[in-house]
Design a protein around this ligand. Structure first.
Ligand code: FES
Length: 134
């Protein structure tokens, strides 16, 4: 099985690995095919225009090398993006940025971007809920 240089780099030197303190949202996604899981943390802040952006990301992945590499790349891609921009990150975008994955490992890329979108949606839902309460 042939992995790209980028996949090997992100697997052996994962970026943003670990939990982050005071995360704005946390989401867990499991891969039904193999049972592997990812937990994604995001910290939301504001940019100069007052838009909400992802300031910090973190991840904990119990999975194979491809799952770790896609988690690492996803967290790099999400940092600094507005929530709307980050919601547009797809599994395919992440795989492309990694220079591809062997076809037998493509299912491993489903975890990262799904977990990111779940964390963002959770954050937005919480905010909406708090608005209604207040
Ligand atoms: Fe489970 Fe790769 S084998 S995510």
């Amino acid at each position: 099985m042939q992995y790209s240089k980028e996949v090997l780099d992100h697997f052996t030197h994962p970026r943003n690995q670990g939990k982050i303190k005071n995360a704005s949202s946390v989401a867990i996604v499991g891969n039904p095919r193999c049972g592997d899981i990812i937990r994604v943390y995001i910290k939301v802040g504001k940019n100069k225009k007052g838009e909400e952006i992802i300031q910090k990301t973190g991840f904990e992945t119990l999975g194979c090398g491809a799952a770790i590499a896609t988690s690492s790349m996803m967290t790099e891609m999400a940092k600094g993006k507005t929530l709307e921009e980050a919601l547009k990150i797809t599994n395919q975008n992440v795989v492309k940025k990694l220079g591809g994955l062997p076809s037998s490992k493509l299912h491993c890329s489903n975890l990262a971007a799904d977990a990111l979108r779940k964390a963002i949606k959770k954050y937005k839902d919480e905010k909406e809920k708090n608005k209604k309460v207040n």
